[in-house]
Design a protein around this ligand. Sequence first.
Ligand SMILES: NC(=O)c1ccc[n+]([C@@H]2O[C@H](COP(=O)([O-])OP(=O)(O)OC[C@H]3O[C@@H](n4cnc5c(N)ncnc54)[C@H](OP(=O)(O)O)[C@@H]3O)[C@@H](O)[C@H]2O)c1
Length: 317
Amino acid sequence: MATRVTIASTISSPPSFSQCRKHCSLNCSFNGLPETSTIFTSSTFHYRKRRSFKRLTLVGVSSAMANPSTVLVTGAGGRTGQIVYKKLKERSDHYIARGLVRTEESKEKIGGADDVYIGDIRNGDSIVPAIQGIDALIILTSAVPKMKPGFDPSKGGRPEFFFEDGAYPEQVDWIGQKNQIDAAKAAGVKQIVLVGSMGGTNLNNPLNSLGNGNILVWKRKAEQYLADSGVPYTIIRAGGLQDKEGGIRELLVGKDDELLQTETRTIARSDVAEVCIQALQFEEAKCKAFDLASKPEGTGTPTKDFKAVFSQITTRF
Ligand SMILES: NC(=O)c1ccc[n+]([C@@H]2O[C@H](COP(=O)([O-])OP(=O)(O)OC[C@H]3O[C@@H](n4cnc5c(N)ncnc54)[C@H](OP(=O)(O)O)[C@@H]3O)[C@@H](O)[C@H]2O)c1
């Protein structure tokens, strides 16, 4: 897809790339092009007799801009989903972002743009419009347990949780994810990134008893369904999620919940969001499933080379 940038400023001589950047910095997106972009004009620059020109139309740029991927993130109103949606929007040279949320309220929460669709993943038909025409899907939907009222932390003890009727993990994390995978496969989507959770190798993991939801069991079933779907996939089983700054820790990947036996079992939501997007960029991330955590801030070297991270992973499930 060609990107068309129309510049309506007056420049007195044929501009070089750097001149255009200088002249147009105030009023056109040309300034946002990477320095390395290959730029060519639709015809040539248009000049007037007095050797100035009024309109310059640039068509075609670097390969990334020439072919941005349309990426849908579901659960876009959720805590990790909204970071992914924001990051995709910020990288508009590479991605055309779409979000799927469940309610008008969630849509407003993330800015209310037209690229945010409303649908319920338990109802396959309702998500088809959001999925039509996308290249990649990032699944960040999940059943969300609610705390039973009446818990008083000052009295000690543990809060109890429940799932609302119809919103148990079986309906959301299994049927809901399956609906998304089916719809994406039918629409010819080229890659699906699914965020799951560490802990799924142990049926007795305490998370399974939360609200009698067996949440890890249903998540795992959906992961297996995706791995068997024939659509290239990346399954990210995150450790305990934290609302902390991303990009400042060394990421750790593992398999079979081995990281749960160590001290490094958590990860910032922002880092998970980044890994979701990076997974779209590297073949090394495809058809892989892995656990994800990070070293504590200040230890290790903050991860920058995601290709190297994905290359370490050898597990397909
Ligand atoms: N919490 C942890 O420590 C932890 C650890 C490891 C992995 N994980 C997993 O990591 C992922 C991201 O977690 P998070 O805490 O960022 O997520 P979150 O804030 O709980 O967001 C979940 C999203 O799913 C959406 N959703 C639920 N049911 C839906 C439905 N029927 N149709 C459409 N959307 C629906 C919710 O929409 P609404 O906003 O409308 O409710 C919400 O936006 C989840 O899969 C989670 O299980 C979590």
